[in-house]
Structure formats: C-alpha cells, structure tokens
Ligand binder design. Structure first.
Ligand code: HSE
Length: 434
C-alpha cells in the first residue's frame, strides 16, 4: 500500500469538498487504487469561518511555507485561484520536489507553459483535471484516451453560471438582470460574477483546452471574448422563432494550419445537442480524426464534482511515481503540447460565420433598402429578414440572418449602418455555429 501525503492550500468550498470526499472515501480509494491518501496540512488565510466539514485543528495553518517546504508533503493541492500567490505556490512546490494538483484555469491560461516546462525538467507532474468542466474528465480524455487523434474541433459550454442565466432567460422569458439575481440567490454566481458573465472564465478554460488539443499557447486574455450581459430576452425569443438557442460557447477549431479561438454568445440550432444543455451543466464537443464527434456532459462546478477531478489527479500522480510510469507521464505532457501543433491562431477579423443581426429602425419606406445596400457593399448576403412588432416609441426591430461573412466585413458594415439617422445606436450581432 502506497501512502501519499497531501498538503491542501485553499480551504474554501472546493477545498472543503476535497476534505469531505477524502474522509468519506479514504478506505474505498485505498481498496480500489492501492493508494492511501492522507491530508497532512490544510492552509488558508481565513481559519475562522465555519466550513462544511470539521478538521483536526493541528492540520490547519495560515502559512503557505508550512505546506510547500514541509518534507512530509508529497503532493500540493492548490485551490486558491487567481494568478498570485497561486503561481508562487505551484512553482515553489515543484522546486521543492512536490507534484501539484490545481483547479486554477486562470493560472494555467497565464503561465501554463512555464509551469509545465519546470515540472517536466524536474520529472514532476501537474494535474489540472479540475480546471475545465468540474467533474468531467475532459483533460484525461484529450491527453490520454484520444492520444492518437488529431483534433479538428473542441467546443462547448464551459461556464455553468452563464449557462444557468441564459437557460433561465429562455425558460422564464426574463431579463438578464432578473436571471442573474436568481443565479446569485442559488449561490451559482459569485457576489462579483464578472469572470463568469464576461466570458473570461470560459476563455481561461478554452486556453487550457486549446493548448492540449492544438498545441497553441494562447493566454485567456488574448482570446477574442464577448460575454452575455448584453443578451436581451427579445433576442432569445427571436432566435427561438428562427429555430435557434443562444449559448455562450467557447470554440477552438482547426482551420488549415491555423486555429480559431473565440468565446461569445452563439446561435445554435435547437436540434444541436448543445442547445439542450441547460442550467449549470457543462458540455464539451471534441472531434478527433479517428474517433469523430464525442460529447462530454456533466456538472462543471460544485464542491463534490470538482473533488472527483482533483482526487483522480492525486491517484494518477501517486500511481505514476514509480520510475516507469513517471517517464511516460512526462513524455505525454511534453509531446501533446508539440505534436498536435497548429502553427498559429487565426486573426478574429478573418473568421467567417453566419450572423444574427438586429437593428431598431424608423418604420418608413427605404430603410430596409439602405441597410441591405450597405450589407451588399461588404459582400454580405442576407439569408432571411423579419420586421417585428413596433416597440413603444414606434420604432421597429428588424432581425436578419446572414450567410457567411468575415468578421472584418461585418464590423465595417455595422459601423456604417449604425451611422444611419434612421437606425438606433444599439445593434445586436450574434454569431451562428452549425
Ligand atoms: N464559475 C465556474 C462556472 C465554475 O460557473 O462554471 C468554476 O470553473
């Protein structure tokens, strides 16, 4: 029986979930994996607040150093989030001979290559299954299960909070603010939900997936990202009338020897499997050249699903510390980052999609002709157009679906249309995926 000593840094909701699961399943995991996982240190700056699990006070410390420099700790589990001091914790733990498990997508998105390089040089592992999709084993599937595949497409719903908000807006025909208030009252949205609703959390996770799937080291901050705060209930309704749902998608797509990376609200056909992923659930589509399309669906957040991913990393690392397995793990980490490589990230302005566009216009002759004239000037072909019922002030919403057009053409056309006196300043533009 191999005993592994864990030092946990970050005793919040997820940390408490890991402690709870390890306590209730320690014997089960011992029997199943041959690894006895023992928590020897728990570090948090707040040791006063009540947790959902009680622990022996002798395990608790407010000092990071008492974990990362403790020779008795084999694996450091970093659960504090953010860049610093999380990066310091991860790098120092590695330098002191400890493998690391982290759920920190912001950190991996910012400094992943640096962290993995150091771990590789030192023959140590960094487990990050919990960084994307909560309990869904998407990292292991892409790294190991699909190792023989070249990925063409990895995309999905990877932020539960925004998916909950969009689902509620559609289900109850309520506004963004009303749906956000429900998400907060249920504890899904943080008090400051910026990272979730701005799309940044999805961009961080997409950066991790893109690195694994396409070998591109894109920071989340460098990925084109639009959030959901401007989505109007009318757009959800109009899209629905056209046979579409609106979802916040994170998309990584091979395009020649380039990769498209983007996060934005997206119209997808109601018949698409992702259109039926609702509430806080996540779902990730992966298309490989050998396996074709695969869909992973599950709880993308929450203490217990996330603890499932963290413990799977701990067990994997613990098993691989024999000489033979450690070598193969290292090789895998390195080769996935290089072999699958696409040469560069496609410029957003060159990406082509269909668009849903909405204008609020004066209801008078010639307005539609002006709009379609400008679209034609930029080679944008209209697939359908509908004029909706008059708004309170007498203006009318005009909703269009276009055929494929480049981002650049669409942006220039919309700027020109926005300058028309007969058009309101707020235009809506939502990209469409098949
Ligand atoms: N805040 C994230 C979400 C979960 O709403 O999906 C943690 O990654």
């Amino acid at each position: 029986m191999k005993k592994i000593n864990i030092g946990l840094i970050g005793f919040g909701t997820i940390g408490a979930g890991v402690v709870k699961t390890l306590r209730s399943k320690r014997a089960y995991l011992r029997d199943k994996s041959g690894i006895d996982i023992n928590i020897v240190r728990i570090c948090d700056k707040d040791l006063k607040s009540k947790r959902s699990v009680s622990v022996d006070k002798r395990l608790l410390t407010g000092s990071i150093g008492k974990v990362i420099y403790d020779p008795g700790v084999d694996i450091v589990v970093e659960l504090i989030g953010g860049i610093e001091p999380a990066k310091y914790i991860v790098m120092e733990s590695l330098r002191h001979g400890k493998s690391v498990v982290t759920a920190n997508k912001a950190l991996l998105s910012d400094s992943g290559p640096e962290i993995f390089t150091l771990a590789g040089e030192l023959g140590l592992s960094v487990g990050f299954e919990a960084s994307v999709g909560g309990g869904i084993p998407i990292i292991r599937a892409m790294k190991e299960g699909f190792v023989a595949n070249r990925f063409d497409l990895v995309y999905g719903i990877i932020n539960g909070t925004s998916n909950f908000i969009l689902s509620k807006m559609a289900e109850k025909k309520i506004s963004f603010d009303e749906a956000l208030a429900i998400a907060k009252s249920k504890g899904y949205a943080e008090r400051d939900p910026y990272l979730d609703i701005s799309g940044s959390d999805s961009a961080h996770k997409l950066s991790v997936l893109a690195n694994l799937g396409f070998g591109v080291a894109a920071k989340g901050s460098g990925i084109f990202t639009e959030g959901i705060a401007d989505i109007d209930r009318d757009d959800i309704e109009y899209a629905s009338e056209m046979g579409y749902a609106i979802k916040l998608l994170a998309i990584a797509k091979r395009s020649g020897d380039e990769v498209e990376l983007r996060v934005h609200p997206t119209l997808i056909a109601k018949t698409h499997l992702l259109a039926n992923v609702n509430g806080i659930y996540n779902a990730i589509f992966v298309k490989g050249d050998l396996v074709g399309e695969n869909l992973f669906y599950g709880q993308g957040a929450g203490a217990l699903p996330t603890s499932s991913a963290i413990i799977s990393d701990i067990v994997t690392i613990a098993k691989n510390t024999s000489v033979f397995c450690c070598g193969s793990q290292k090789a895998l980490d390195k080769c996935v980052l290089s072999v699958q490589g696409a040469s560069r990230i496609k410029k957003m302005e060159d990406i082509c999609t269909r668009h849903y566009i909405k204008f609020i216009a004066l209801d008078k002759p010639g307005v539609l002709a002006k709009i379609s004239g400008i679209l034609a000037k930029y080679h944008i072909s209209i697939a359908s157009v509908t004029q909706k019922e008059r708004c309170a002030g007498g203006d009318v919403p005009i909703v269009m679906m276009t055929h494929d057009s480049s981002e650049k053409d669409m942006s220039m056309a919309l700027n020109e249309i926005r300058a028309l006196k007969v058009i309101g300043k707020k235009l809506v533009r939502i990209r469409v995926e098949n």
